[in-house]
Design a protein. Structure first.
Length: 322
């Protein structure tokens, strides 16, 4: 709700297919965006991600003008309200509204995805500044989740009062229903991924052969998933496997879960933080175990480093909170 992004490529497309009345404001946005691209490229041409210290005020001003022009045009020409133009209007209005409230709770960045296809973003990293006034106006607020832990992280990031009451409820599951095995001798660090594949394949196969049934195996990325799954299929062609793919649509997700029949067997490969990492219900023999090959840690990149610096300055716990 408190983040927004604009695509240069999308604006360029609409500029070529827009009504004449919007040609000037769209052209002005285009010029200011090109100027911003040149400015950041002069600082570090080889980098794709650029954290902007301040808002690009000239570009934001051009976006304000464009939003006004689009609003006027659609009021006067309701028949010209095609979906692409409406979506651009809503995105531009949202961006301009958040730009007016830009502060230390958010980051402004520019990510280059190729020539003429940069993305300008306002990324909210501390929603507390927006939410705290809402909590203050309420008589009472109850927040609940299976994952509101540790409490101080959610208190700080969501802007809850210091004296908020916290209640932790015991798990309804019996400890004896779960058996956990840990392999501490396999390194899944990025530079040791290739070496980790054979022992992971052997571990998956050994557990499956000990007790055949349906399992899920989770990995930190689609690349790592494919690396292990390819090796597994080659070493154990007799064991059924199937995998989550990028950008699965609802029918594809349903088909993936439908593979987990009570009498079936096989290993489903999936990614941490994806559609099958939580919120799915496979009771009884539909799922008898899960493998987690890596910790679901955020990747090392420029955005997360900027996020860490901001959270360190704000709460003194940059590493933990990132």
């Amino acid at each position: 709700m408190y983040s927004a992004a604009l695509s240069q490529q999308r604006l360029s497309f609409l500029r070529r297919h827009s009504p004449p009345a919007l040609a000037k404001p769209l052209a002005r946005v285009g010029r200011q965006w090109q100027a911003l691209n040149k400015e950041v490229a002069a600082q570090a041409a080889e980098r794709r991600y650029h954290l902007l210290e301040t808002l690009p005020t000239k570009l934001v001003s051009a976006l304000h003008t464009l939003a006004g022009a689009m609003t006027d045009y659609l009021v006067e020409h309701p028949e010209g309200a095609n979906q692409a133009l409406q979506e651009l209007l809503f995105e531009t209005l949202a961006f301009c509204r958040l730009a007016e409230q830009f502060d230390e709770h958010s980051l402004c960045d520019l990510e280059s995805q190729g020539k003429g296809s940069a993305v300008l973003g306002l990324r909210n990293v501390v929603p507390a500044d927006f939410l705290a006034p809402r909590f203050k106006r309420a008589h009472c607020t109850v927040l609940f989740s299976a994952t509101l832990s540790p409490f101080y992280y959610y208190r700080d990031l969501l802007g809850l009062p210091e004296r908020s009451v916290w209640r932790e409820v015991e798990s309804p599951f019996v400890a004896q229903q779960l058996e956990v095995h840990v392999r501490s001798d396999i390194s899944t660090r990025y530079h040791q991924r290739t070496a980790s594949v054979p022992p992971i394949v052997a571990t998956l196969a050994a557990h499956y052969q000990h007790k055949p049934g349906h399992y899920l195996a989770f990995f930190s990325s689609f690349a790592y998933l494919k690396q292990v799954m390819d090796a597994f299929e080659q070493a154990h062609p007799e064991i059924p496997v199937f995998a989550q793919t990028r950008s699965m649509q609802e029918p594809e997700r349903e088909a993936f879960l439908a593979r987990f029949t009570p009498s079936g067997k096989g290993i489903g490969f999936a990614v941490l933080g994806g559609a099958f990492a939580e919120g799915i219900d496979l009771p009884g023999e539909r799922l008898i175990g899960a493998f987690v090959a890596t910790l679901g840690l955020p990747p090392f990149n420029d955005f997360n480093e900027a996020l860490k610096a901001r959270l360190q300055a704000r709460f003194g716990r940059g590493d933990d909170y990132t």
